[in-house]
Design a protein around this ligand. Structure first.
Ligand SMILES: NC(=O)c1ccc[n+]([C@@H]2O[C@H](COP(=O)([O-])OP(=O)(O)OC[C@H]3O[C@@H](n4cnc5c(N)ncnc54)[C@H](O)[C@@H]3O)[C@@H](O)[C@H]2O)c1
Ligand SMILES: CC(C)[C@H](C(=O)O)[C@@H](O)C(=O)O
Ligand SMILES: [Mg+2]
Length: 357
């Protein structure tokens, strides 16, 4: 049966990079019977400008009804002074929470062709293959109460609440352990259990859960040490499981191990593998509209969509191989450029991937 894919290009480089993934999906539809129907919706600043809200009712309904969603990015300078309740980022967070997309998978994998593009020494990153499993619908991002209040002395005070319930920790833990079973059977749970009670509970629950996965080796690491270890010796990790905010930060850090943030895809899944797929990076307003952005993280996110929500592993592999072939040819956008390579634009990179399909 034809599957429904909702495209949400969003802001900044979003429309440029999603357009490249659409070229790929069109070919898979025409040539390899992917059998999807794509429709487009507004989210983020683009939606705010038209509807006064970053997640209009029509977009939310389309997202709830779709089999999968491919999102570009949201946000930009022009919306930074808006009330936080209607900032572009709220559109993204609203989809994540309304669709219960609690499991964010961010694979940081180094394509061997890009060993020189990393800011780290090639021997530190070569062969790198880490999966960051980030809890996406809880933690300090969603905890209540939150806000900015005025104290008795007239001073303003900002506050957020960092909460995780046992069931939230367990369900993301299961995702991490199950992923590890298909990989190198190691899970590192990252927390700040030396200071924060919420992550003391996190550590306790992860330790209990590990008993259900005797083949998996569980370790624990404080987040500050994890940030350091990721650049010291990243290959010690297999699966990293962590909360919403630590996962946000560590995945940006991990992206640089792969050469560029423009290479890191992501899948945000619910309990039934329905999902939203998006590059881990943002709307890159500094390079938007110039045909400069690297579209590969978005194309690789589309590959994850094909794998997890559209059930066509064969075509996911085909896309990943096409990306690899393009890198073999020496084609590079500016962010992954190194001497001796051929510099290409966003749309040229998209065309090159299409040619290899
Ligand atoms: N998922 C999302 O939609 C998402 C994620 C992160 C940030 N944001 C939003 O994006 C806006 C900009 O945030 P930021 O500057 O902190 O982060 P960013 O990821 O947009 O950009 C950081 C740096 O990386 C570069 N970069 C990012 N993606 C790239 C790509 N595909 N190719 C080449 N270079 C790329 C940018 O040019 C910039 O120099 C903010 O409004 C932020 O809230 C959105
Ligand atoms: C834009 C923002 C809300 C988002 C997050 O913090 O989750 C982004 O940084 C990401 O990593 O997807
Ligand atoms: Mg982020």
């Amino acid at each position: 049966m034809t599957k429904q894919v909702l495209l949400l290009p969003g802001d900044g480089i979003g429309p440029e990079i999603v357009a490249q993934a659409v070229k790929v999906l069109d070919v898979l539809n025409d040539k390899y019977n992917l059998d999807i129907n794509m429709t487009e919706g507004l989210v983020g600043g683009a939606a705010y400008d038209v509807h006064g809200h970053p997640l209009p009712e029509a977009t939310l309904e389309a997202a709830l009804g779709a089999d999968a969603i491919l999102l570009g990015a949201v946000g930009g300078y022009q919306w930074e002074s808006l009330d936080i309740a209607v900032r572009p980022e709220k559109g993204l967070l609203g989809i994540r929470s309304n669709l219960k997309l609690f499991a964010n998978l961010r694979p940081a994998m180094l394509y061997p062709q890009l060993a020189d593009a990393s800011t780290l020494k090639p021997e530190v990153v070569s062969g790198l293959d880490i999966l960051i499993v980030r809890e996406l619908t809880g933690g300090i991002y969603f905890g209540q109460p939150r806000g900015i209040r005025v104290l008795e002395n007239g001073e303003r005070q900002g506050f957020n609440t960092y909460v995780y319930s046992e069931s939230e920790i367990k369900r993301i833990g299961h995702v991490a352990f199950q992923a590890a079973m298909k990989r190198n059977k190691k899970v590192c749970s990252v927390d700040k259990a030396n200071v924060l009670e919420v992550t003391e509970l996190w550590r306790e629950v992860m330790t209990d859960l590990a008993k259900e996965y005797p083949e998996v080796e569980l370790s624990h690491m404080y987040v500050d040490n994890a940030a350091m270890q990721l650049v010291r010796n990243p290959k010690q990790f297999d699966v990293i499981v962590t909360g919403n905010m630590f996962g946000d930060i560590l995945s940006d850090e991990a992206s640089m191990l792969t050469g560029s943030i423009g290479m890191l895809p992501s899948a945000s899944l619910d309990a039934n593998n329905k999902g939203m797929y998006e590059p881990s990076h943002g709307s890159a307003p500094d390079i938007a509209g110039q045909d400069l952005a690297n579209p590969l993280a978005t194309i690789l996110s589309a590959a994850m969509m094909i794998r997890y929500s559209l059930g066509r592993e064969d075509l996911a592999v085909r896309v990943e191989q096409a990306v690899s072939a393009v890198l073999d040819k020496g084609l590079r956008t500016g962010d992954i450029f190194s001497v001796g390579m051929t510099r290409v634009s966003t749309s040229e990179m998209g065309d090159a991937v299409v040619e290899e399909l």
